[in-house]
Design a protein around this ligand. Structure first.
Ligand code: NAD
Length: 495
């Protein structure tokens, strides 16, 4: 439970969390609050301050005021401070892990081993890249005698809106490059998991981030998110979330001609060929239940070649059945609860309609009655009718489908038969097939005989309904900067 230690600070898992906004280097209260509940047991963790257009406006103004000095520091000056932010995250890795786990129900072991170290990397790596990449050698233009200088000027104020499934990871993946490139930031965290953003504000302050460079406005999508997306003072909008919300956000930002970076949902395939290392294929398949399947990159649609379909399916079902479901604060828990009652109803509805339409659940298929609450059993569905909703819509929960295919061409055609295009995974022992199929798949990221690995220098993003734009390495700086070409003719002076 969250215990109030002062009017605005609660203790969650032994960690003090301020429930107010962070605007212009100070804690700011709102008149109203909203309840933040834990998915693990429904406990109220905090009453978090509910921002509105007024707090958003104050934050954008603070960010605007702080921008010139932050931009003027240059990549090295900013990098020194951002590396201290990374160190601050590493020093508080356990606090961040505990609070995130309590707040959104994700596994503590994932946070300790992978997620929170990556959060720190989002600052350190982009501080490094900015120093390496934000200079470009002049283009010498033969014959005309002039030089063209390409510079990456920070864009200004970046608005960041993030979802609840990996709140701190997804926020810092935008905040790190935005700050490294010289922008200032206003972030609107998800109302279902708002707490780690507040801890990040503490870490930023301790690291010496100047007042106004980083701002947090808590609140709901409608009350705080919408005014941020429509604010004329923002210069970039980085949104991670669902397709329907993205449409509303794009419309709100359109009158101000604000460039968008959208990372949205998916319906990604896992294609398993009959020449695959089946141990590996099964391992990747069972990994899809991580974070109770609430992962944008999840390979929810499994397509298996006929010759190995029976064995693959049997082993995936056994693997799913063996997963330990329970409290994510325990190191040996594999699958936790869904984020909120409304989401639980959505997942239950998807599965019930699939079963009604003729699908069969080989394991799972409904709530975990032993645990109650928001725990939904890892579910493997087969015999889903072609075109069924369960095969086409994003189901953001512990549910996968298995279908079979005969030929490589059929596998590619069916893998690509989706409006999304976030990721695709294939498992094969044939190198030439790997090259052919990876080239033919329509996705921002293709994994061959691996899953969920990516260097921060590489581009990330989605095709089709899965997003707009690419981030990572230099692609992040393409988005967070105004790229300028200055053409110098030597005719005014002696070279
Ligand atoms: P969501 O779209 O409901 O909410 C995302 C954020 O938008 C939240 O902070 C919310 O408060 C805010 N919001 C809601 N309405 C708004 C409005 N009118 N104006 C401005 N902001 C508004 O998404 P969610 O349920 O929080 O997250 C799940 C979705 O996110 C899934 O579709 C998932 O695939 C996607 N996702 C994508 C990636 C990626 O990298 N591609 C990563 C994680 C999650």
């Amino acid at each position: 439970m969250g215990v109030a230690v002062t009017a605005h600070v609660v203790v969650v898992e032994g960690v003090e969390v301020d429930t107010r906004h962070w605007i212009g280097g100070a804690r700011v209260a709102s008149e109203r609050t909203f309840a933040d509940l834990s998915p693990i047991d429904g406990a109220e963790l905090a009453q978090v301050h509910a921002g509105t257009a007024a707090e958003v406006d104050a934050a954008v103004r603070a960010a605007r005021a702080a921008f010139p000095a932050w931009a003027a520091l240059g990549p090295a000056g900013r990098g020194a401070i951002l590396r201290r932010v990374a160190e601050g995250i590493e020093a508080r890795l356990e606090d961040l892990s505990r609070v995130e786990t309590r707040d959104n129900g994700s596994l503590i072991r994932s946070h300790r081993r992978g997620v929170m170290p990556r959060v720190a990397m989002n600052f350190r790596a982009f501080a490094d890249f900015a120093e390496q990449e934000l200079g470009h050698p002049d283009l010498e233009v033969p014959g005309r005698g002039h030089r063209e200088r390409i510079t990456y000027d920070p864009a200004g104020v970046v608005a960041v809106i993030t979802p609840w499934n990996a709140p701190l990871m997804l926020a810092t993946w935008r905040i790190g490059p935005a700050l490294a490139a010289g922008n200032t930031v206003v972030v609107k965290p998800p109302e279902w998991a708002p707490l780690t953003a507040s801890l990040l504000a503490d870490i930023m302050q301790e690291a010496g981030i100047p007042a106004g460079v980083f701002n947090v406005v808590q609140g709901t999508g409608i009350e705080a998110g919408a005014p941020l997306t429509a604010h004329p003072g923002i210069d970039r909008l980085a949104f991670t979330g669902s397709v329907p919300t993205a449409g509303v956000v794009a419309a709100a930002a359109a009158p101000n001609i604000v460039p968008l970076s959208f990372e949205l949902g998916g319906k990604s395939p896992l294609v398993v060929f009959d020449d695959a290392d089946l141990d590996l294929a099964v391992e990747i398949a069972v990994e899809q239940f991580d974070n109770a399947g609430q992962v944008c990159l999840k390979a929810a649609r499994m397509l298996v070649q006929e010759g190995v379909a029976e064995e693959f399916t049997r082993r995936v079902v056994a693997g799913a059945a063996a997963l330990r479901q329970g409290d994510p604060r325990e190191e040996d828990t594999d699958v936790s609860a869904l984020i909120a009652p409304r989401h639980f109803e959505q997942i239950s509805g998807f599965v019930a309609r699939a079963l009604d339409a003729g699908a069969r659940a080989l394991v799972g298929g409904g709530p975990n009655d032993d645990l109650g609450g928001l725990f939904f059993r890892p579910t493997v569905l087969v015999d889903c009718p072609p075109g069924a909703e369960i095969l086409t819509e994003e189901v953001f929960g512990p549910v996968v489908t298995i279908e079979t295919f005969a030929t490589e061409d059929e596998a590619v055609q069916r893998a690509n038969d989706t409006r999304f295009g976030l990721a695709a995974t294939l498992v094969t022992g044939d190198r030439e097939r790997a090259e052919r199929v990876s080239a033919a798949l329509n996705a921002g990221t293709v994994w061959v005989n691996c899953f969920f690995v990516r260097d921060l220098r590489a581009p990330f993003g989605g095709n089709g309904r899965s997003g707009i734009g690419r981030e990572g390495g230099i692609w992040s700086f393409d988005f967070y900067t105004d790229i300028k070409n200055s053409v110098f003719s030597p005719s005014g002076w002696e070279e």
